[in-house]
Design a protein. Structure first.
Length: 179
């Protein structure tokens, strides 16, 4: 009976270590996960929504750490020296949606870049804490308003030369400027 208890204890320790390693790999801070859209643990039925801005989104994770609610976005590519402006605005949108949904303004959000290397079985990652300032919130709202005004135009010029970005675009079938 002592051997069985010891085996269960060892398995519990391994499970705790494994789950904490998974959280570390995903770039999650310590805290309680209150929302996830990664389909690792559960499927999320309802996205966050702000009817005033007409904004909808599903962050990868929302973590409650003490009195703070923090959105985390996990990207499977490297951020070179800093996160891209589009990723920062995406995180700002999640901060805005959290404020609307949970009635609490997040002080910051987290963008975590991760990529696995099959050759040497390693995982490289970089985590960025992005402060949700009034300036970032204003930039988000201005960008949303600019996008809405462009929706009504008949001719919109492509704003990049990235083939991968074009291939993933939702307007690719209608676009006469695709790469």
């Amino acid at each position: 009976m002592d051997i069985l208890a010891l085996a269960i204890l060892i398995l519990a320790i391994i499970a705790i270590w494994g789950s904490s390693r998974l959280l570390q790999i995903q770039g999650l801070p310590k805290g309680k996960i209150i929302y996830t859209d990664t389909h690792l643990w559960q499927s999320v039925v309802t996205p966050l929504f702000d009817p005033e801005l007409g904004l909808t989104g599903k962050p990868d994770y929302i973590v409650r750490k003490g009195n703070l609610i923090i959105p985390i976005e996990v990207k499977s590519s490297y951020g070179n020296s800093s996160p891209t402006p589009s990723h920062i605005l995406q995180l700002a949108a999640y901060c805005c949606l959290i404020q609307k949904t949970y009635h609490q303004r997040p002080p910051h959000g987290i963008i975590h870049y991760t990529v696995g290397n099959k050759k040497n079985r390693s995982i490289n990652s970089q985590t960025y804490k992005i402060n949700y300032t009034k300036k970032l919130e204003t930039s988000l709202i201005e960008t949303i308003n600019q996008m809405r005004s462009l929706e009504n135009q008949h001719q919109i010029k492509r704003s990049h030369n990235a083939v991968r970005r074009c291939n993933r675009c939702g307007y690719r079938l209608k676009c006469d400027q695709k790469l």
